[in-house]
Structure formats: C-alpha cells, structure tokens
Ligand binder design. Structure first.
Ligand code: F6P
Length: 546
C-alpha cells in the first residue's frame, strides 16, 4: 500500500465512497436546499458550480483534509518560487513566471527568470508591431499578410486553441494558420493559396528536434526558396521559438529571429511564452497581455484563496473523488461556446500528458486510479452524437460543462437555445427519470399499457451523473487566460495528491524512438528481424504495396 493510502483522509474517503455509491444526488438535493451556495465558487468573470457531484459537506471536508495532508499548499509555494519540482528532469516549473506582474527577481540556477521573461516580451512586442503595421517586409518588398505556425503538441495546441477562441478579437491585420501534422496533406493545403512573398513562418519547437516539426519546416523552407530563388530570403520569412538556439541556427534561422524558451516551461504550458507569438500577431500585443493578465489573476486566486474557496483546488479534488474514489474512468469536457471548440483537444494534452502515469514520483507503482481519460466535443454537437452514452450507458462519465453568459457573436434567438440546452443537460444527467415517472408520463400522453410495458424500461434515465458547470461571463482574452490557468492548477493539484510527477512526459519517448528506427528501415528497405511478426509483416506489406 502506498503512503497516500495510509493517510487518515484517504482511508476516510474510501469509506465515504462506499456509502456515497448508494446515494442519489436527488436525495442529496432534497435534503439540502443550500447545496448551490455551499458548493459553488464565484470569481469576477466566472462561476464554478460543483454541487451536482455525489458529495456532501463531510465529503468536501474530507477532500480538503486530503489536500492538507498531501501538502498541496506547500507544493504550491515550491512551484511558484521556482523550486525544481519536476524531479525526473531536475527542472523548475515556472510557466506562472511568464505572466507574473511583479518585476522582483526570481532566481533559478543563478539566473534571473524575470529578466528573461521581460526581455522576450519586449522583443515580441517590437516584432509583433513591426509585422502588424506592415514594416516587416518579405523578399519581394511586400508586407506580411499570413503567418504559418509550424509546431506540434504544446507548440501548437495552446496557440491554436486560443487563436480559435479569440477569433472575434482579431482585427485581420494578418491571417494565422497552423501546421502540426507530418502528413503532407496539411502543409500543402495551408500553403496552396498563399503568396510566398507575404508569408512569415514561425517554427515553434522547444527542443527543435521534433521530427514532425522539422520535416514541415524543411518543406516550408523549400517552398519559400524555390519561389524566391534566394537562400537569404529565409531571414525575412522565418522566425523560431525554441530553447535550443543552436539547432535553430544550424537549421538556417538568423540568430536575431530566434525567440527564447526555457527548460522551466513545459511544452504543454507554453502558450504564455513566445510560443504564443502567433496569438500576439493575430490579436495584437495588448490583447496577448490581457490573456497573460487573466492567467495571472487565476495564479493569484490559486495562491491566496483558502483551499475551500479555491477554484482550481476544488476542481482537482472533485476529479480525484470521482476517479480515484468513485471509480470513473473518463471525464468529458463539453464547451457550450463555439469559440472553445479546441478546448477539449488542448486539455487532453494538458491533463493526460501531465498525469497519465502510473508510478509515483519515487518510482513506485501506484495502486489506485490516477487520472481519467479526457474526451469531449462542443456540447451541442455532442448532444446529437454521444450524449446517449452519457445519459444511459452503464459507464458513468463525469463532465465539465463550460458556457458563457454572453455570446461574443450574438445572433437573435441563438444564445437562449444554446443555454437552455446547457442547463437542461446537467439537470437531466443529475436527476434522471425513474420508471414510475416514465410510466405516468406515457399514460398522460394516452399510450396503451402494452406500449408502456414495452417502452418504459428504455426511457428510464438513472441520473446521478456528476457534472461541474463553469459559467463564464463572456469569452475575452482575460477570461480565457483565467480559464486555462484554472485547469493548469487543477492538473498540478491532482498530480500532488496522486503523487504523480506532472511535468515530464517519458511516455511519448518509446514510440518516438521506434518510429525513427522504423523510418530508417523503410527508407533503406531493410526490415529488422527484431520486430514482432505483426509489425514486421505490416511493414513488409506496406513496402510491397507501394
Ligand atoms: O510529444 C511530446 C512533446 O514533447 C510535447 O510534450 C510537446 O509539447 C511536443 O512534443 C512538442 O515538442 P517541441 O516543442 O519540442 O517540438
């Protein structure tokens, strides 16, 4: 048994889970008309209602005791102060420094992180203004109209998700495109309508070794130089964001066109750094700053609010309760705001790459469930696709419903319909409808007894499906910054409670290494005998078929 399972709060939570498993939220709501007041947190631009979970005050107290016993507050202090809490990589975890407003020094290994951050922000601002105002000219003397961000994972998902979410705030000075897939179909499609003389490429890669990104960047460079007939045009059309300046320079990118990244910023938490350059180019530097301000606001809330009123901490505790104690295996992220259509994909990386692990930070196997798999879709689209499963399958999927009070693009009549669905779904998932109600309803509609007998069992919804509701005032750069930071801190707290090192990603290395070997074998037409017979035969079939 691991150290966590010996904690008094853990043992108590296990006992409570046994009791709670047989309770229905309908009873909990009937017993306590103040559940919403007790189990919701209101911040200036967002509200979290977590009352539709199988919890009561005792459960929440016990979860808070777990956070205390596992030292969440102490770990939080360590993270913000730059202690190397990414143990397996011996790194600090300081994405919060990227949006810090204090100019006080923050030292890591004798270097002042604050200076680094401020100097890159200043460099970004100058560059962004130059490009957006048309002073940065391409090889043919034309202004830049299109930005193509080449990157994958954290060097793509964060910037692209934010660009999509804040589209309405762009003044159209430039058009931003993203290329992440090594399938050539994507880059060909993106480049097809573009004029090479007006395109600026951002090669975003913390390591500057990622095969997919390097392959796309090489293709982009060939596309440019075959049009400009001049290698020197690269300086006018390529910038890089990386922690590996040497590789970027060797690749052919001018030293002054390289924006810094640092090992204390994890890829999946990097949109606040120059990895967010495409966002700033699209929206302007002021709006990029507002995004940082929103995240900083959430950092302050996370640092200062007592755990019981702390939105990210409560989100984490509810997730641990649903997963580790009640046994849910997945969690749905269901945005009811079109602008957030990439949020689920973003959170898949943020949460699953961070906490999808099964050894503790001391290297011991965990013997409890860690994080759920994250999936989902825009809520309305999901309703007409997989909500059947959410309501009636025998797997319970806790879900986060995220909606906005105001639409950024109001169209008469649309928002009320959207929000009516938003509220209806969490009520339906919670309350369900029992057979007695179903029968009475069918009878009232004049159905025959035979019909009722046949159909009633299929119309029963057991309910008792946990949901959180996050209601945003309106999607804007600040609110979005706060929302993303809330999830980042949620993931951090989950990691601490579950004793998971949330900041490495060794699990992506094995496949990466193997892919490199297999690519060599395919290119040299020499399939190694060390593969299993399935893989070897597939490779041989592929070689023969092509
Ligand atoms: O594949 C995993 C990963 O390392 C992610 O963590 C990261 O966001 C992504 O690849 C891209 O890495 P890089 O920015 O170094 O190209």
């Amino acid at each position: 048994m691991s150290a966590r399972q010996n904690l008094a709060s853990w043992i108590k939570l296990q006992q409570l889970a046994q009791v709670k498993k047989s309770q229905h939220m309908n009873t909990l709501f009937a017993q306590d008309s103040e559940r919403f007041d007790k189990f919701s947190i209101e911040l200036p631009n967002m509200l979290l209602d977590y009352s539709k979970n199988i919890i009561d005050s005792e459960t929440v107290d016990c979860l808070l005791a777990l956070a205390e016993e596992t030292g969440v507050c102490n770990w939080r202090k360590k993270m913000f102060s730059g202690e190397k809490i990414n143990k397996t990589e011996d790194r600090a975890v300081l994405h919060t420094a990227l949006r810090r407003q204090s100019h006080e020094p923050l030292m890591i290994d004798g270097e002042n992180v604050t200076d680094h951050v401020q100097s890159q922000l200043a460099k970004m601002e100058v560059f962004v203004n130059k490009v957006r105002q048309g002073h940065w000219l391409g090889f043919s003397g034309k202004r830049i109209t299109d930005i193509v961000n080449i990157g994958v994972g954290g060097s793509n998902l964060g910037p692209q998700m934010v660009t999509e979410a804040l589209k309405q705030y762009s003044d159209g000075s430039v058009n931003v495109h993203y290329v992440s897939n090594v399938d050539g179909a994507q880059i060909v499609e993106v480049l097809r309508p573009l004029d090479p003389g007006k395109v600026l490429f951002i090669v975003s890669s913390k390591t500057f070794t990622t095969t997919e990104t390097m392959t796309n960047a090489r293709t982009a460079m060939k596309w440019l130089t075959s049009s400009s007939f001049d290698e020197s045009s690269v300086a006018k059309h390529f910038v890089a964001v990386t922690a590996n300046k040497e590789n970027a320079t060797n690749f052919g990118i001018e030293a002054e066109n390289i924006f810094d990244m640092w090992d204390w910023v994890g890829g999946r938490f990097s949109l606040w750094s120059a990895i967010g350059l495409a966002i700033a180019l699209d929206l302007g530097f002021d709006k990029f700053k507002e995004l940082l301000d929103g995240a900083h606001y959430m950092d302050q809330h996370f640092i200062n609010a007592p755990l019981k009123d702390n939105m990210p901490a409560i989100m984490a505790l509810i997730s641990v309760w649903n997963t580790t104690f009640l046994g849910a295996q997945s969690q749905a992220i269901l945005p009811y705001d079109q602008t957030l259509h990439m949020l689920t994909a973003y959170l898949q990386q943020a949460e699953m790459e961070s906490n999808g692990k099964s050894v503790t930070w001391d290297g011991n196997e965990v013997d409890y469930a860690t994080v759920p798999s994250i999936w989902g879709e825009l809520g309305i689209n999901g309703q007409h696709a997989f909500y059947q499963y959410l309501h009636q399958s025998n797997n319970v999927v806790p879900a986060d419903f995220i909606g906005s009070v105001e639409s950024v693009t109001p169209v008469k009549g649309h928002h009320e319909t959207l929000m009516a669905n938003f509220f209806a779904q969490t009520q339906a998932l919670m309350a369900g409808v029992n057979e007695k109600q179903v029968r009475a309803d069918l009878k009232a509609k004049g159905r025959t007894e035979d019909y009722i007998d046949k159909v009633a069992p299929h119309k029963v919804h057991k309910g008792n499906r946990p949901t959180n509701t996050i209601l945003l005032k309106r999607i804007d750069p600040k609110t979005l910054g706060s929302l993303i930071a809330a999830y980042e801190h949620k993931i951090f707290v989950q990691g601490i409670i579950l004793q998971i090192c949330s900041f490495d990603q060794w699990g992506v290395e094995l496949g990466k290494g193997l892919a490199a070997e297999i690519q060599n074998e395919l290119e040299s037409n020499n399939i190694s005998s060390k593969h299993d017979c399935s893989t070897a035969s597939l490779m041989a079939f592929y070689q023969k078929a092509k």
